[in-house]
Write a protein that binds this ligand. Structure first.
Ligand code: CUO
Length: 685
């Protein structure tokens, strides 16, 4: 018999296969009451179970229990085979209710019972989302294996031809003879589309997984205790701001212009996108958006979605007005100051918007509505019965070039607020007694301060998402950017007589801007990509800190992004195991640094050591998922840094500072580095 906790994790496996079909690689049999089996399988369920399971198959017995819901009432309006997105208001309401139902179960056994009952009756993506959110937030479900989304819904990440071939191989080719199926690298467009140069960023499986996971951790609607996380509005701003900084660095690496904000909500959208994805669940292709599509107001009764373009304009203007006033107004007309400490967090909740917005009626729902208007631009009144495009779903949104224009506009609003704040003084930035005397980055081989990037091919096991075909590994091989690992060495003098603790903050940004000239501070600060942050002990006198790129606090390693749960798996029952299974949010390490240029591209690497006593948040982190805190925060805990996210680059420079060098105080250092792109493909070993 296997535990209820393990069984819960298995409910994610092969989302369309019925509950009575064996689950997971071990072929676990769910023994469920007859009433759990969907009606159409009533006559065959137990015969099928006998056929597949033998006496040695592990079993889990699921009894009737828990609060059995009136699910068919609240899931009305989302068919089992429809695409699901949190940004469709009706869907997010349904999801909120389902999460609440899962959260309200009194025990893991009750949750298992309710989930097993519902699994074959409701939309599989809705089920996956709600059960993921519930297992991430319940105290008694820590450590449950939630398979990576790319394994259970591979259709959201890759060319349908790969999935078709995987099905064929799984059925025909014996296990030992299967070869990885290569996902083509340039299948969504040709070089005639200049935006296609960035396919490796937009269509990167790891980046899209990170984004999906981030939105799973930070719901904007539903129960208040799930939404109201420490600084959630600020982290919405910061994670997406960092995506923009990184995307712009990639654009520079491809000799492209900066992302253009979306300012005319009524004009044609220059950038088209043809995703070439199928939805396995809905048996439809994801809709495309031809170049020059003009967005219109949405009147989609089937989705309960009515949205005027004018609402976008009003929301943007009102938000900007609040920023310029320095306060927002609640629905009772009370002023909420947008100050240095809480302003960005409140504004983040207003812009997205989340239920924490001080006045959702007045300030609207700008971010989610922008996604929706673009997502339905090809069929705003549903006359063609088409669904949302990829930008309408957090799992796929980052594939669309227009995603970045939406977020450039959003970030502009946040920066309008940040620009109003008093610049940090040199005194605020200094850590008395601490001086950086040297700083460099070095690969194991080669010249100091030269970093190399190249292509790498890695494999993802798709077997958990290939419903209705025989079990066994089937790998898809995808190509992604990679870099040679490197080590940063920081030399620090501690001139005090005591041990000091420092918070080491590392960033990098391109040296030259889009006009080819060295950037002024206020331009370059927006392109600063956080690459690491960690605590260092500083003895009196000279100190040398070595830090490897694989240790970056911003990123998670490949195995964690793709949740290959069998590799590097910590010992059963160990503390690490509990953490290992649940940490899925985090920028993929293979995208830590930008691509650079074949002849080298100059970047400024930056380090600052601030006083950890001032930055520290006192909290117990034992057993928590702390792997990628800068972009993802820490589960159930406060953001582990008192400073504003993005510090010290979140504000404009003090007067007299016009470039990075003038900005430096003794506890900071910079180093010019070059990133060289090598156009070769290697395979992950
Ligand atoms: Cu993550 Cu627009 O928020 O996508």
């Amino acid at each position: 018999m296997i535990s209820s906790k393990k069984a819960l994790g298995l409910l994610f496996d092969r989302p369309k296969e019925p509950i009575f079909k064996e689950k997971g690689d071990e072929g676990v049999i769910f023994e469920v009451p007859k009433s759990f089996v969907a009606e159409r399988f009533n006559d065959v369920a137990f015969e099928v179970q006998n056929r597949f399971g033998d006496n040695t198959s592990p079993r889990v017995s699921v009894a009737q229990g828990g609060r059995m819901p009136n699910y068919d009432q609240f899931t009305k309006g989302l068919d089992r085979d429809a695409p699901f997105s949190l940004w469709v208001p009706r869907h997010s309401k349904i999801a909120g209710k389902l999460v609440e139902l899962f959260m309200s179960q009194r025990s893991v056994d009750d949750l298992l019972s309710v989930a097993a009952y519902l699994r074959d009756r409701i939309n599989p993506q809705l089920f996956n989302y709600a059960l993921s959110v519930a297992t991430l937030h319940r105290k008694d479900t820590k450590g449950i294996d939630i398979p990576t989304f790319v394994e259970t819904f591979p259709d959201k990440f890759m060319d349908p031809r790969v999935i078709q071939q995987a099905r064929e191989d799984a059925t025909i080719v014996p296990q030992g003879s299967r070869r990885p199926i290569v996902i083509p690298t340039d299948y969504t467009a040709s070089n005639l589309d200049p935006e296609h140069r960035l396919w490796y960023f937009r269509e990167d499986v790891g980046i899209n997984l990170h984004h999906w996971h981030w939105h799973l951790v930070y719901p904007f609607d539903g129960q208040r205790e799930l939404v109201d996380k420490d600084r959630r509005g600020e982290i919405f701003y910061y994670m997406h701001q960092q995506v923009m900084a990184r995307y712009n660095a990639e654009r520079l690496s491809n000799n492209m212009a900066a992302v253009d904000r979306w300012t005319d909500f009524r004009g044609p959208i220059r950038e088209g996108y043809f995703p070439k994805l199928d939805t396995l669940v809905a048996n439809r292709s994801w809709p495309a958006r031809p170049d020059g599509t003009t967005p219109s107001s949405l009147v989609r009764n089937a989705d309960d979605l009515r949205l005027d373009i004018g609402e976008l304009e009003r929301a943007r203007d009102r938000l900007l007005q609040a920023v310029n006033n320095g306060f927002a107004n609640t629905s009772r007309n009370q002023r909420v100051p947008l100050d240095e400490v809480n302003g960005i967090n409140i504004l983040g909740n207003m812009v997205e918007s989340s239920i924490l917005s001080p006045n959702r009626e007045f300030y609207g729902n700008l971010h989610n509505s922008m996604h929706n208007v673009v997502a339905y631009a090809h069929d705003p009144d549903h006359r063609h019965l088409e669904n949302f495009g990829v930008i309408g779903d957090s799992t796929t949104a980052m594939r669309d070039p227009f995603f970045y224009r939406v977020h450039a506009t959003i970030d502009d609003l946040f920066q309008a607020h940040k620009t109003r704040l008093t610049p940090y003084t040199a005194q605020q930035l200094t850590f008395p007694g601490i001086t950086i005397t040297g700083f460099q980055a070095q690969q194991t081989q080669g010249r100091a301060n030269v970093l190399n990037t190249f292509w790498q091919q890695s494999d993802i096991n798709m077997s958990r998402g290939l419903d209705f075909v025989p079990r066994g590994d089937v790998f898809a091989r995808f190509t992604h950017l990679q870099h040679v690992p490197f080590t940063m060495t920081i030399s620090v003098t501690n001139n005090s007589n005591a041990m000091r603790q420092g918070m080491v903050r590392i960033f990098m940004a391109p040296r030259n801007g889009f006009n080819g000239r060295p950037m002024a501070f206020n331009e370059q600060r927006l392109m600063m990509m956080e690459t690491d942050k960690f605590i260092a002990q500083l003895r009196p006198g000279q100190n040398t800190i070595n830090r490897r790129s694989t240790e970056s606090a911003v990123t998670i390693p490949y195995e964690q992004t793709f949740r290959n749960l069998d590799i590097n798996r910590p010992a059963v029952g160990s503390q690490r195991e509990a953490e290992y299974n649940i940490c899925g949010c985090g920028w993929p390490n293979h995208m830590l640094i930008p691509k650079g240029l074949p002849n080298g591209m100059l970047f400024d690497l930056f380090v600052m050591i601030s006083n950890y006593e001032e930055d520290q948040v006192n909290q117990d982190l034992v057993g928590q998922c702390t792997d990628a805190a800068p972009y993802c925060g820490i589960r159930d805990r406060q953001y582990p840094d008192r400073k504003a996210m993005g510090y010290p680059f979140d504000r404009v420079a003090r007067s007299g500072v016009n470039n990075l060098n003038n900005f430096l105080t003794p506890n900071m250092g910079t180093r010019e580095i070059s990133i060289v792109f090598n156009n070769r493909v290697t395979q992950r070993t």
